[in-house]
Design a protein around this ligand. Structure first.
Ligand code: 6PG
Length: 252
């Protein structure tokens, strides 16, 4: 589903209502709500909105468990840290308990070690078989999050699945370190299989600088290596593209 909003405020209002709706349903059905947060700058105002009186009392935050779709390999208090942005704008204001937050442990320093640790953390939380039988390639060995929030870069990346990078081809692992040449860094990211195994995926995209890429991603030919966001397709779930008017301006 693609929804275009006059501006970010309207987009965030819808996104916050959808967050609460999905979370309430998950808690009713499963007793908990698992959500992977997006990084970057777009989600910041949504996180702040969720902490306002209008929304903060609408869900039992003790039953909400937070993960991160991706992370930069920096310390927790680094300006670049996705954890830091979420912690300052959502987790701390809501007084979310540490046992409800599962972050990439960048203090482990080596990117591959951080990714392996995160994979093990997720497998343990979702009680997944450590060594699934080889044939169990299907979704029975993947965590199924209730909601994954995503942004999209103006190059068509999402999470830290950047164009022409090796993580685009990962079909078995849940969490990987992904070398991104143009950033001269190894980024940390969930992989397509686990993202596409989510019950709900919400893209949050704003700004004229995304318009051309959005047209390519949503309405032009499929080029998964060039536009990784095109590969986001839930195998058994809902996909929402929440876009502001600026970003949608080139869509037919
Ligand atoms: C990150 C994000 C990334 C982000 C896009 C859009 O770690 O940077 O996970 O995928 O969502 O780059 O970023 P903006 O919201 O800042 O445009």
């Amino acid at each position: 589903m693609i929804k275009v909003f006059p501006n970010l405020n309207y987009l965030n209002q819808f996104a916050a209502e959808k967050f609460i709706e999905i979370g309430t349903e998950a808690i009713e059905e499963l007793g908990k709500f698992t959500v992977a947060l997006a990084g970057g700058s777009t989600p910041k105002s949504l996180y702040q909105l969720l902490t306002t009186d209008e929304f903060c009392s609408q869900i039992d935050w003790r039953k909400v468990f937070f993960f991160f779709g991706d992370e930069r390999n920096v310390s927790l208090n680094d300006e670049e840290s996705n954890f830091r942005m979420a912690n300052e704008n959502l987790l701390k204001p809501l007084q979310i308990q540490p046992e409800n937050v599962f972050r990439w442990k960048t203090e482990l320093e080596a990117a591959d070690k951080i990714a392996t640790d995160y994979e093990e953390t997720i497998k343990e939380f979702f009680d997944l078989d450590e060594n699934p039988p080889a044939y169990a390639g299907g979704s029975d060995r993947l965590p199924r999050l209730d909601l994954i929030l995503l942004g999209m870069g103006d190059d068509g990346h999402t999470a830290s699945l950047f164009p022409f990078t090796e993580a685009l081809n990962e079909r078995l692992k849940i969490a990987v370190a992904n070398p991104v040449e143009k950033l001269n860094a190894k980024r940390l990211t969930l992989t397509f299989p686990v993202i596409n195994n989510a019950r709900n995926i919400i893209f949050l995209v704003k700004g004229a600088d995304k318009a051309e890429t959005l047209r390519e991603v949503l309405q032009q030919e499929i080029q998964p290596n060039k536009f990784p966001a095109q590969t986001i397709k839930p195998t058994n779930g809902n996909l929402f593209w929440l876009i502001d008017k600026e970003a949608a301006q080139l869509l037919e």
